[in-house]
Design a protein around this ligand. Structure first.
Ligand code: AMP
Ligand code: GLY
Length: 423
């Protein structure tokens, strides 16, 4: 098969690596890709939002399967564009990707179908939001309705902060048009767990669990980022929690989308908070997590092309997902200054070292070729993932690999997987 992957980050590198393991994959393309992905795929210079060019390319090359990695094109309707051209594509249609694209939509869905989540109110008018906040309990959470690169969430400890937050999101529009509407949500406490799942419209197959580290600095300080590191599995995702999620969250979400006339095919990423009152949904995403994919896919035993096809064909009930009984930790190497401002274009040294070791993976998040060299080209540059027989070993291995790769302004968190010691 000829397979096209759309995206350019660490997640798409992990997907490309996994697709390359499939005997079905004869030729892989990636649009636009990066210097790491180029090892498995021919990278083509088409942006993820250039739907017409993507469709034309898929037609011209007779692509058998296109896999969309990123949220923006999914929410924008790239799957609908491929389907309209009679092309096979993995991912939710626009009317289903709204599960990620609008927090107001997803909150209303959960309320209507009794899926556990934090209590909330939605506002289109900043004045109404301010009035509501006068009597609300602090801390409180403000969320811009639309996509905001994982940064449109503000946790406010005081009324003053909340007032500022409304200004930031709805008046100054710091997160762009994503902030025309805002969800105000009850603050929850507990452990966070991510569960990614394959969905074919009616059947859901959850993958092994993972945990992200969203803040930029050690000890969960600093600004929110796309994710600074992950580990899998989460020791807090016990069998009891899993059973609860299967029964009250996972299948009910898939059924709810089908009942709304928005059957979901693709990946549903459940961001969960394990509260004292049981697991609750923090957010849904309509694609693999980044860097969750970088710890979940190295542990997956199945041929991923088979699973993608089963999702498209509605035959996921015939697939049994299998994961290795091991653990994986990913430490993100970023450019100092991320997520605000940072320099690019520094040569990356030591990449070949990672390849030489079994059970270590160097997934490129932001890299490119310059004068025959691989150089940094983003805030998040690389994700170094390592396997181990358990989480403690995997973490030690991942931090060992961090020392093998170097570039100017290299920055990373030193405490990825700290929660493992608290389990
Ligand atoms: P989201 O993009 O909705 O996942 O939010 C980003 C991060 O903000 C989450 O991973 C949580 O750490 C935090 N967060 C979001 N909603 C809440 C909430 N209701 N209570 C506490 N923390 C939250
Ligand atoms: N790592 C969080 C996300 O992909 O949304």
């Amino acid at each position: 098969m000829k397979i096209l992957i759309v995206g350019s980050g660490g997640r798409e590198h992990a997907i490309a690596w996994k697709v390359a393991q499939s005997p079905k994959a004869e030729k892989i393309y990636c649009a636009p890709g990066n210097a790491g992905i180029a090892e498995y795929a021919e990278c083509v210079n088409i942006g993820a939002m250039e739907f017409d060019r993507l469709v034309a390319f898929a037609r011209e090359k007779e692509i058998d399967l296109t896999v969309i990695g990123m949220d923006d094109p999914l929410v924008g309707g790239v799957v609908d564009a491929f389907e309209a051209a009679g092309l096979r594509v993995f991912g939710p249609r626009k009317n289903a990707a709204v599960l990620e694209g609008s927090k107001a939509f997803s909150k209303d869905l959960m309320k209507k179908y009794h899926i556990p989540t934090a209590a909330y109110e939605t506002f289109d008018d900043p004045q109404k939001a301010l009035e509501y906040l006068q009597t609300a309990q602090m801390p409180i959470v403000l969320k811009a309705d639309g996509l905001a690169l994982g940064k449109g969430v503000l946790i406010c400890n005081t009324l003053e902060e909340a007032r500022e937050g409304v200004k930031t999101i709805m008046e100054e529009k710091k997160f762009g048009s994503a902030g025309s509407r805002m969800v105000v949500e009850e603050f929850m406490t507990g452990r966070e767990v991510s569960v990614l799942s394959y969905v074919d419209g009616k059947t859901i197959r959850p993958m092994t669990s993972a945990q992200d580290h969203k803040r930029a600095g050690d000890g969960d300080t600093g600004l929110n980022t796309g994710g600074m590191g992950t580990f899998s599995p989460s020791p807090f995702y016990t069998e009891e929690v899993e059973e609860f999620c299967n029964k009250y969250i996972f299948q009910p979400t898939v059924d709810a989308m089908a009942a709304e006339g928005r059957p979901f095919k693709g990946i549903i990423f459940f961001g969960l908070m394990l509260t004292e009152k049981g697991p609750k949904v923090l957010e849904y995403n309509a694609r693999f997590g980044d860097p969750e994919a970088q710890v979940v896919l190295p542990r997956m035993k199945n041929d991923i092309v088979d699973v993608f096809e089963a999702c498209i064909d509605g035959t996921l009930d015939q697939i049994e997902l299998q994961f290795e009984d091991n653990a994986c930790v990913c430490v993100v190497l970023a450019s100092d200054g991320y997520p605000v401002s940072y320099k690019k274009g520094f040569p990356i040294k030591g990449l070949e070292t990672v390849k030489e070791h079994d059970g270590y993976y160097c997934f490129h998040a932001g890299s490119t070729f310059k004068d025959g060299q691989i150089v940094t080209n983003g805030g998040r540059v690389l994700g170094l993932s390592a396997l181990g027989s358990d989480l403690v070993e995997a973490r030690a291995n991942a931090y060992k690999a961090v020392g093998w790769v170097d570039f100017e302004n290299k920055y990373y968190r030193h405490d990825i997987g700290k929660a493992i010691d608290e389990a």
